[in-house]
Structures are given as structure tokens and as C-alpha cells.
Design a protein around this ligand. Structure first.
Ligand code: ADP
Ligand code: MG
Length: 244
């Protein structure tokens, strides 16, 4: 594997009595694309959220590029910006234009000059295919276009790693591929990515590794080919039987 970029060691978390993450060990190398897969409720979203401290953990450690995320404050905002996150719901600012959505973070958090932030934002909007919509508001765009803007907005912060939590599951079917295509291109450009998705096509095209989570534990991992055709554990085979 390439040099480790995201390292989770024996991470544990409870929600009350529910032991939602159990001794999670996961190392993602620089430039690696990991697909996280598993039944609903297995802890995939929680795992993603712990990586940028949207959730705290009780034990274990998480580092990104060798640094643990601080608990709070300005330092947290800056380090959190190293971890881009794209959710199922697009979470764009409804009262800001597409361009403003993409420039806001760099200007406020990174201290980038507005003109520079706008130039870079237009390049990113071009890259995800929505540059012509820059002056519009989110509600004027389709779901697929909004999700591509959300990706551009994350990229504008120059993150070291991008997390995607079921980025296509709220989209109409005809819009899924336009978002996956952007993600495949991003993977090929060398971005380190952790992607929660059940889109096998994406996993086969772009993932170096599939990690299967069940009941808060990493049960099995392997290449997409190994995992989809030859899962070893009963739990993984049972799960695949339901989704394939
Ligand atoms: P997944 O993304 O794999 O579907 P989640 O990480 O969302 O799983 O949830 C894992 C478990 O933790 C589920 O049982 C869920 O109900 C529970 N859970 C998630 N968030 C919270 C929360 N904020 N408070 C209490 N329980 C939660
Ligand atoms: Mg989830």
C-alpha cells in the first residue's frame, strides 16, 4: 500500500447501549479508493462522521496525514477542511448562488482572496460539468447537478481525503451516473476516497478495496473482484445475496 493517509486504530463508539463501532482498524493509503459497504445500521455513516469529528469516539485513535483532529476551535475547522465530505442530501446553502456555495469555504476558512477563490471555483464547476449554472441558486438545479456542485464545493477546500456517504441514494435513477462519473474521474486523478455506496459498478471501476462492515465491525475486506465474486464470510455472502 502507498503511504498511510487515514489511520483508524481500535476505534470504539457507543450510542447509549448500542456499541456502534467495535474495534475498527482501517488504514487508507494516499491515493487509495476504499468502498465501505454493509447492511443498513451497520455503522457506515457513523464511521465516516468520526473521521472528521462530526462524532466523537470513546477509545482508539484516528489520524489524517499523521495528525489527530483537535477537539474544537479554529484548528478543528482547518483540519476538518482536509477531510471533504459529501452526503446523501446535498446540503448546499439555499440562499447562495452555486458560485458562492463553492467560494465560501476557501474565503472563510482558508483565507483565500475572493478573486482567486472564484477563479478556482469556476475551474471546479467546469470539471464537474456545471460551470454554466454558476449564477443560479441550488433549487434551480437538478439533484444530480446539485450533488456535483457539492463535490466541487468540497474539492475547493483542497481536501486530502474525500468521504462520500451514499452520494447517489437520494437521486433519481437517471442522475446517478452523472455523479458516479465525476467520482470515477476524481478517483483516477489520484484523490484519496472513502465511499459508502452499494453501486457495484463504481466499486468495480474505481475502488482498490472493498471493506465490509456489519454490526460495527470490519468483517471482511478485499479487492472488488474478490469481494463480489468470492466473499468469504457468511455475513457478507448473505448481504450480497440481498443486494445483487
Ligand atoms: P449505516 O450508515 O451503516 O446505516 P449508521 O452509522 O447510520 O449506520 O447507524 C448505526 C447505528 O447507530 C444504527 O443502529 C443507528 O440507529 C444508530 N445511530 C446512528 N446515529 C445515532 C445517534 N445520533 N444516536 C443514536 N443512535 C444512532
Ligand atoms: Mg448511513
Amino acid at each position: 500500500m502507498s503511504e498511510p493517509l487515514v489511520v483508524l486504530e481500535r476505534v470504539n463508539k457507543h450510542f447509549g447501549d448500542l456499541h456502534v463501532l467495535r474495534d475498527i482498524d482501517l488504514t487508507v493509503g494516499r491515493g487509495e479508493v476504499v468502498v465501505l459497504i454493509g447492511p443498513s445500521g451497520s455503522g457506515k455513516s457513523t464511521l465516516c462522521r468520526t473521521i472528521n469529528r462530526l462524532e466523537t469516539i470513546e477509545s482508539g485513535s484516528i489520524t489524517v496525514d499523521g495528525k489527530a483532529l483537535p477537539e474544537e476551535g479554529k484548528e478543528l475547522a482547518a483540519l476538518r477542511a482536509d477531510v471533504g465530505m459529501v452526503f446523501q442530501s446535498f446540503n448546499l446553502f439555499a440562499h447562495k448562488t452555486i458560485l458562492e456555495n463553492v467560494t465560501l469555504g476557501p474565503v472563510k476558512v482558508r483565507g483565500t482572496k475572493k478573486a482567486d477563490a472564484e477563479k478556482r471555483a469556476m475551474e471546479l464547476l467546469e470539471r464537474v460539468g456545471v460551470a454554466h449554472q454558476a449564477e443560479k441558486y441550488p433549487a434551480q438545479l437538478s439533484g444530480g447537478q446539485q450533488q456535483r456542485v457539492a463535490i466541487a464545493r468540497s474539492l475547493a477546500m483542497d481536501p486530502k481525503v474525500m468521504l462520500f456517504d451514499e452520494p447517489t441514494s437520494a437521486l433519481d435513477p437517471e442522475m446517478i451516473n452523472e455523479v458516479l462519473d465525476v467520482m470515477v474521474e476524481l478517483a483516477r486523478s489520484g484523490m484519496t476516497m472513502i465511499v459508502v455506496t452499494h453501486e457495484m459498478g463504481f466499486a468495480r471501476k474505481a475502488a482498490n478495496r472493498v471493506v465490509f462492515l456489519s454490526d460495527g465491525q470490519v468483517v471482511e475486506e478485499g479487492t472488488p473482484e474478490e469481494f463480489f465474486t468470492n466473499a468469504r464470510s457468511e455475513r457478507a455472502r448473505d448481504f450480497l445475496g440481498k443486494i445483487l
